[in-house]
Design a protein around this ligand. Structure first.
Ligand code: GDP
Ligand code: IMO
Ligand code: MG
Length: 426
């Protein structure tokens, strides 16, 4: 993806998350100087399989497994410091050098224990099927201007009123939910006092650091979390996460000018999955759903929940191509379809007798529409050893060509297995 004029690339999920962003970021980080997460938090689970070891990264950018790459957590992330330290300590135990090359924006908001409490106790969170990581409540506090930021830890003596304001709000919500749980101001303050020195040692003006690096020609990867259909504006609202997952979010979430981003790579599975509730127009029936779940090991990397599975939805990905300005696609998990007799792509929807090809905003419509499919012969042979497009079976190439044509973005990568080396394209 990187060349002399393409120096800053954003990688986004172009479905409902878990498309394989971690794998693609790891592959692309080979040639990057910086990798920056720009939104979400510990709701993300990005898997990187090196072959001899596998890692699930939640808040730390997936570039961390390349020793020379600097990694940053941008201002747009809601950061859970306890989980961050657990993640760092695990990586260090696994022999990955982290300290000194991981930076945290001092403008990032913190996920505090009461955010997780509110997420766990809220019936609205249950209805959406959130990850329970406190993401929604932390973003609510950020937008409601009662958040606590990394920079606030520099003035521990001034922290109490900030925490009290957040805890009061959380407690009002908890009592409205009829919960017996309570936010504890002293415990939260004690926790922050304990965590502050270690976190402040990583605190940085991330926007400034990457802008300086970009000026000196650095290759910068911006790593999205979740997927475009989980974006708070463009997703299947209210069944979404609480951040801007799409490429526009990368500019605000990393502190860059939108025009400083030169390319956007959309990661998609060769089929579709979603974890949590909400519309999934191409969802399989139970039999095929179970088969693909087993073949693709479709269980959430964070919560272990079974992922719902369906056919590739070209309406969804064409929509994602538009809202992200995708310059290319990475299609992952092609190998998962290797044994199927036939495969389908959704090309449009039928809604009350009408044919539609643009993804609707209306959640009621989404519940009511029927996917229309184009069918393809299965290739019935293993793709996992292919390293060039020419090495793929003709039927698989035909399937990919149709995806490319329907989505309107070129396929730059095809992934045929979990491992770093199981990829076509560079
Ligand atoms: P992310 O959240 O977008 O980074 O994706 P996840 O890591 O949550 O989920 C993707 C899953 O698919 C992980 O278990 C990956 O190891 C796996 N994966 C990625 N690419 C491929 C592929 O091409 N083939 C197969 N079989 N698995 C893949
Ligand atoms: P990665 O980065 C898939 C889903 C949850 C729920 C909704 C809101 O690994 O692709 P939240 O906890 O964010 O308030 O939950 O979003 N969700 C994800 N689904 N992959 C993810 O991240 C997700 N992060 C959140 O299941 O439906
Ligand atoms: Mg994931």
């Amino acid at each position: 993806m990187f060349d002399t004029s393409t120096r800053t690339v954003v990688v986004v999920g172009a479905q409902w998350g878990d498309e394989g962003k971690g794998k693609l970021v790891d592959v692309l980080a080979e040639r990057a100087d910086w990798v920056v997460r720009y939104q979400g938090g510990a709701n993300a689970g990005h898997t990187v399989d090196l072959g001899n070891a596998s890692f699930i990264l939640q808040q730390i950018p997936s570039g961390i497994l390349h020793p020379g790459v600097r990694c940053a957590i941008g201002n747009g992330v809601v950061l859970d410091p306890e989980r961050l330290f657990t993640e760092i300590d695990q990586l260090v135990r696994d022999g990955v050098d982290v300290e000194g090359r991981l930076y945290v924006s001092d403008r990032a908001h913190l996920v505090l224990p009461y955010h997780k409490l509110v997420d766990a106790e809220s019936s609205a969170s249950k209805a959406i099927g959130t990850t329970g990581r406190g993401i929604g409540p932390a973003y609510e506090d950020k937008i409601g201007r009662r958040g606590v930021r990394v920079a606030d830890l520099r003035h521990l003596d001034r922290l109490r009123p900030l925490v009290e304001r957040g805890a009061d709000h959380a407690n009002a919500q908890l009592s409205r939910f009829g919960s017996r749980q309570k936010a504890d101001v002293s415990e939260t303050l004690d926790l922050l006092h304990t965590l502050a020195p270690r976190l402040l040692a990583m605190a940085d003006d991330v926007s400034l650091s990457i802008t300086r690096a970009m000026k000196s020609g650095a290759a910068v990867l911006l790593e999205g979390a979740q997927g475009s259909l989980l974006d708070v504006d463009h997703g299947t609202y209210p069944y979404v996460t609480s951040s801007s997952t799409t490429s526009g979010g990368a500019a605000t979430g990393a502190g860059l000018a939108p025009m400083a981003i030169h390319a956007a790579l959309g990661v998609v599975k060769a089929y579709t999955t979603r974890v949590g509730n909400g519309p999934l127009p191409t969802e399989f029936d139970e039999t095929l759903g179970e088969r693909i779940r087993a073949l693709g090991n479709e269980y959430g990397a964070v919560t272990g929940r079974p992922r719902r599975c369906g056919w590739f939805d070209a309406v969804v990905v064409r929509y994602a191509a538009r809202v992200n300005g995708l310059s290319g696609l990475a299609v992952t998990k092609l190998d998962v379809l290797d044994t199927l007799d036939r495969v389908a792509i959704c090309t449009g929807y039928r809604f009350h007798g009408e044919h539609i090809e643009e993804f609707p905003a209306d959640i009621a419509a989404l519940d009511d529409l029927h996917a229309e499919y184009e069918w393809f012969e299965g290739w019935k042979s293993s793709t996992s050893a292919a390293r060039k497009l020419e090495e793929l079976p003709a039927a698989a190439r035909k399937y990919l060509d149709r995806i490319e044509a329907l989505v309107g973005a070129p396929i730059r990568f095809v992934s045929v297995g979990t491992r770093r080396d199981q990829i076509i394209g560079s």
